[in-house]
Design a protein around this ligand. Structure first.
Ligand SMILES: Cc1cc2nc3c(=O)[nH]c(=O)nc-3n(C[C@H](O)[C@H](O)[C@H](O)COP(=O)(O)OP(=O)(O)OC[C@H]3O[C@@H](n4cnc5c(N)ncnc54)[C@H](O)[C@@H]3O)c2cc1C
Length: 419
């Protein structure tokens, strides 16, 4: 609707057309709210800043199905490497599907349009008019045709790690202290050890987080390294990683096709997901699961619930304050597990002790629990004992099936609880 002073009005304004924004816009529009989504880029989804992997274990939690053609490649194991010590986990819960994020984000935005949302590309939020507290009454948007005002009743901030909305609300989101910096390239002509294996590497070269090879086909992969230590030079970390014998054996023939680097949230920018009539979604709200910092599916879930909550509010059916509880009821236990890892990631980020790297391998592969991890560290367990834990696990014929069964039952419980 255009008012006399040429201000567009709407029920819900979504800022950012990543997975969070498009899911929010789709859900709000589908529920009958007049919804506008603005995206500063002219082409949604480009440039890609992602490893493009989604864990199959999260797919049952999605609010709508992803068409099979969006899943371009499947990895049926996660192989872990730390200081030459290796293990692998396979099965449904450890399966990863690869997306083409450019195509995926474009599909999600089209889906939102089909649900009735109006999508404005090349439209950048540059200013907010705030009444009292954090209540946004109008958004100033820069478009190729000029600057225009949009007056929403609810604003959904799905603008990623740059967090423009938070900034305009007066917060000071600092990527250096809250996010991991990831250098990631799509590479071609690789000689992959196993093109259906997601390879995770732990060591000094990826302080606090990890390095990865995420195959997208037999010979191509996203190859990346992350750090949460601002002082560490990421390029040096990347070069050290590329020189590791198990890595260089696969990448030495490779060529870089595309830069997909970016920032991934580890700590939250702010304490809350709701500020008066503003809901935060996706990276702006730190909606991802550690230790792998998987953001795509949690962001879609968060976006969808934010959109539904906003529409309920518009129709007088509920309060915006209900949004965090709705996320909590859907995937809250996964966030609880994930949040427990955050202090640990920072604590270990400056450790150069190989024992810590192998212990992290045990934890990431779910060979040991967080409690066992903390106990082994407190007890100053020697390197040989830690590597023996991995060797015993690798050799055992019963530990892995038992762990698989327990993990499956855990997820089944979570899904049933959600219903
Ligand atoms: C290198 C890297 C690898 C990753 N790998 C994985 C992975 O393998 N699997 C996984 O699940 N997650 C991964 N992630 C995380 C995942 O990419 C994010 O969690 C996810 O993209 C978050 O979605 P979002 O919608 O919140 O934000 P984004 O996808 O960042 O979308 C935000 C959108 O808002 C737009 N925007 C910003 N400011 C404005 C403004 N002022 N006005 C209008 N529009 C604006 C941006 O242009 C952008 O399109 C990775 C992240 C990085 C950096």
């Amino acid at each position: 609707m255009i008012t006399r002073d040429m201000t567009l009005t709407c029920d819900v304004l979504v800022v950012g057309a990543g997975p969070g924004g498009s899911s929010a816009a789709g859900a709000a529009a589908e529920a009958g709210a007049h919804t506008i989504m603005i995206e500063k880029k002219s082409r949604i989804g480009v440039p890609v800043q992602c490893g493009e992997g989604i864990g199959a274990y999260l797919i049952p939690f999605l609010p709508f199905p992803i068409p099979p053609e969006q899943l371009i490649w499947t990895l049926n194991e996660i192989a872990f490497w730390a200081d030459g010590v290796t293990t692998a986990r396979s099965g449904k819960l450890w399966t990863t599907h690869l997306l083409n994020r450019a195509a995926f984000d474009a599909w999600l935005a089209r889906r939102a349009e089909e649900k009735g949302a109006q999508v404005l590309r090349d439209a950048e939020l540059i200013e907010l008019t705030i009444k009292t507290g954090y209540t946004v009454t109008s958004a100033t948007v820069k478009t190729p045709e000029g600057v225009r005002e949009i007056a929403p009743r609810v604003l959904i901030a799905a603008d990623g790690v740059d967090a423009t909305v938070l900034r305009l609300l007066g917060f000071k989101p600092d990527k250096q202290t809250t996010c991991g910096k990831v250098l990631s390239y799509e590479m071609a002509n690789l000689q992959l050890r196993n093109p259906h294996s997601f390879q995770v590497f732990l060591g000094d070269f990826a302080p606090g987080v990890y390095a990865y090879i995420l195959p997208r086909s037999r010979t191509t992969a996203n190859v990346g390294v992350g750090t949460i230590v601002p002082e560490r030079k990421l390029r040096e970390c990347y070069d050290t990683f590329m020189d590791l014998p198990p890595v260089s054996a696969q990448v030495s023939t490779g060529t870089i096709v595309q830069d997909k680097s970016g920032w991934a949230p580890i700590r939250s920018f702010t304490e809350q997901w709701v500020y008066d009539n503003v809901l935060l979604v996706g990276d702006a709200a730190n909606q991802n699961f550690k230790p792998f910092v998987e953001g795509i599916i949690p962001t879609i879930i968060g976006g969808d619930l934010a959109g539904k909550t906003a529409a309920d509010f518009i129709h007088g059916l509920g309060s915006l304050a209900a949004y965090p509880a709705r996320v909590q009821a859907t995937i809250g236990s996964l966030y609880a597990e994930s949040d427990r890892l955050i202090p640990l990631l920072y604590e270990l980020s400056t450790s150069r002790d190989p024992r810590d790297h192998v212990l992290r391998l045990c934890l990431f592969a779910n060979i040991i629990s967080l409690k066992q991890f903390e106990h082994l560290r407190r007890a100053d367990t020697d390197y040989a004992t830690i590597t023996t834990i991995v060797e015993r696990w690798n050799r055992s014929t019963f530990r892995q099936p038992v762990a698989d069964l327990i993990e499956r039952l855990g997820f089944l419980y979570l899904r049933l609880k959600r219903r």
